[in-house]
Write a protein that binds this ligand. Structure first.
Ligand SMILES: C[S@@+](CC[C@H](N)C(=O)[O-])C[C@H]1O[C@@H](n2cnc3c(N)ncnc32)[C@H](O)[C@@H]1O
Length: 277
């Protein structure tokens, strides 16, 4: 085991706490705008991401679903249409959760809880049949912890879909302290970037939100090390109507993949498998 001096550990822990606070504060501040930005039917999130995810969803009827980084509840409510027995939306932002809760007609099957993806200790091992997360993992400092927790709470035979910011896309985010936007795929330094929904909205005082840039190998290897069996990796495509009706937008999305969707299972037949977490 590496022996780190106390001052280093203190500095690192403080940095992480400040960054976490920054991410939470950012999302509290952006909650309403994010919800409005992602609501229209022709957004990337709905027309491309959700349209794709719908095609690979496992059976949810009668199953327990966890939506990590649920935000204002978009996906949690989409899943409700598939009749699961229980849906839990989890997020660190109180404002996002307040928005999510405000949309609920009294329905005991769906609830929203405050919590971080790196610590799911409120849920017992194997509790959920389906674990989902959209565009949240690039805010997570300890990917291994987050993925191992997602694996732990998934039942053997259960499915997990993660929709991630594509590493090619996050590689273009500006580095803190750099005036120019740089493209450095392998650079694992923390990235600050302009959220698209605040970029066009100057009422925000702090439109920068911190996130982490992970490479494809970071994501895939950490998922495999956490125990997941990867069934498919998808780069969602824009709908054909965009090619004809909105060729510029179509070309933008074709040139630069924005999300990558990973479809996984927790195998029930890995005899003697020990989660390396
Ligand atoms: C881009 S939004 C996505 C929201 C929702 N999944 C959607 O697709 O509409 C990212 C969300 O992740 C949440 N988040 C960031 N870091 C988190 C963490 N460590 N644990 C749980 N949620 C987190 C933010 O508060 C925010 O609501």
């Amino acid at each position: 085991m590496i022996n780190l001096p106390g001052s280093f550990l203190r500095r690192t822990c403080n940095d992480i706490i400040i960054i976490m606070k920054n991410i939470k504060e950012n999302w509290d501040e952006m909650a309403q705008d994010y919800d409005e930005f992602t609501s229209p039917a022709d957004t990337y999130s709905n027309a491309i991401e959700w349209a794709h995810i719908k095609r690979i969803l496992p059976t949810l009827r009668g199953r327990r679903v966890l939506d990590i980084g649920c935000g204002s509840g978009r996906f949690s409510y989409y899943f409700k249409e598939y009749c699961p027995s229980e849906i839990v939306g989890l997020d660190i932002s109180d404002e996002m959760l307040a928005l999510a809760r405000s949309k609920a007609e009294s329905d005991a099957r769906i609830r929203f809880e405050n919590g971080s993806t790196e610590d799911l200790s409120q849920f017992s091992d194997g509790y959920f049949d389906f674990v989902f997360s959209s565009t949240t993992m690039h805010y997570v400092k300890d990917l291994k912890k987050a993925f191992s927790e997602a694996f732990r709470v998934l039942s053997p035979g259960g499915s997990c879909i993660l929709s991630l910011i594509h590493p090619l896309y996050s590689a273009t985010y500006p580095l803190p302290g750099c005036s120019d936007w740089e493209l450095r795929y392998q650079d694992r330094r923390m990235r600050e970037y302009l959220q698209p929904w605040t970029r066009f909205n100057d009422k925000h005082e702090k439109p920068l939100c911190r996130s982490y840039h992970y490479t494809l190998a970071d994501y895939m290897n950490t998922l495999i090390e956490s125990g997941f069996t990867i069934r498919g990796v998808h780069e969602p495509q824009p709908p054909d109507e965009w090619r004809l009706g909105n060729p510029r937008r179509y070309e933008d999305v074709m040139n630069e993949p924005i999300y990558i969707v990973v479809d996984m299972v927790r195998s029930s037949d890995l005899k003697g498998y020990k989660n390396p977490a």
